[in-house]
Write a protein that binds this ligand. Structure first.
Ligand code: BTN
Length: 261
């Protein structure tokens, strides 16, 4: 693509049901990687674990990127979403003018900031969807919803206590979603090229984890697990939770909700 050869296609939409659906259809129709759909508004935005994803028109960066990561083993498919999240953490700090280290990753891929009372506030969510082909990842769609130019006065009352936006973190400044997209794509390109060469930024991923060394409560399908998160495993992508002195690796697929307590 002109100006950014890393991209095969980049389209902006005023309103769509979900950018995930758009990119999935492009990939199904044979579009090369990396194809990117961005929307001002989604009428049926999708979150993890079958949840929805809400944002008023123009308030969030709503973006999905489609990959055909030939050679990425299925056991490492999670690294695509982690890589996209790491690139977004850096992009957000740059564009919103936040100090380095102002944002964290909350396993598996939420972007969070410290709230005034020590509570973690969600700034962005990441949804990774993959289709396996043989032992490799056939295609993958990574979607990010970043609360960008969204004043707290407009937060939905039911979510307000647990969320924030770049607008708020930047002291009420306007946050340019196009600049954020552009910065993210530049950082993503370098990280994806490294991933293609088999280099995943395990150190960066581990050091951004907010759960490490903290007590977590995990809602699993048929139990609630409370324990100390001792770290993350850069091989499997699991969260390591120590309960009764035994470290247990938790796969993101098993988790309905993870809270830091
Ligand atoms: C989460 O549950 O935290 C993940 C939210 C992911 C939302 C983004 S917004 C752009 C893309 N399109 C969607 O329908 N969902 C993702």
């Amino acid at each position: 693509m002109k100006g950014r050869p890393f991209l095969s296609r980049l389209e902006r939409f005023a309103s769509v049901d979900s950018t995930q659906r758009i990119v999935r259809e492009w990939l199904d129709a044979g579009t090369r990687e990396v194809c990117v759909a961005v929307a001002d508004e989604q009428t049926a935005g999708r979150g993890r674990q079958g949840r929805g994803w809400l944002a008023p028109c123009g308030a969030a960066l709503l973006v999905s990127a489609g990959f055909r990561p030939a050679g990425l083993p299925v056991r490492h498919a999670w690294r695509l979403a982690a890589t996209a999240s790491l690139a977004m953490v850096d992009a957000v700090e740059m564009v919103a003018g936040l100090p380095e280290g102002a944002l964290f990753l909350k396993w598996p891929n939420d972007l969070v900031a410290d709230g005034p009372d020590g509570r973690l506030l969600k700034v962005a969510g990441v949804l990774g969807e993959t289709v396996a082909m043989g032992g490799a990842v056939g295609h993958a769609i990574i979607g990010l919803g970043v609360n960008a130019d969204w004043p707290a006065s407009d937060f939905p009352p039911a979510l307000a206590a647990g969320m924030t936006s770049l607008h708020e973190l930047a002291g009420g400044r306007h946050v340019d979603r196009d600049a954020l997209l552009d910065t993210w794509l530049g950082l993503l390109e370098a990280r994806i090229e490294a991933l293609r060469d088999g280099k995943f930024d395990a150190a960066g991923w581990e050091s951004r984890q907010v759960t490490t060394g903290r007590q977590v409560m995990m809602d699993l399908a048929d139990e609630v697990l409370v324990g100390m998160a001792s770290g993350v495993d850069p091989e499997s992508g699991s969260l390591l939770v120590t309960e009764d002195e035994t470290a247990r690796p938790i796969d993101s697929g098993e988790v309905l909700r993870c809270r830091v307590v």
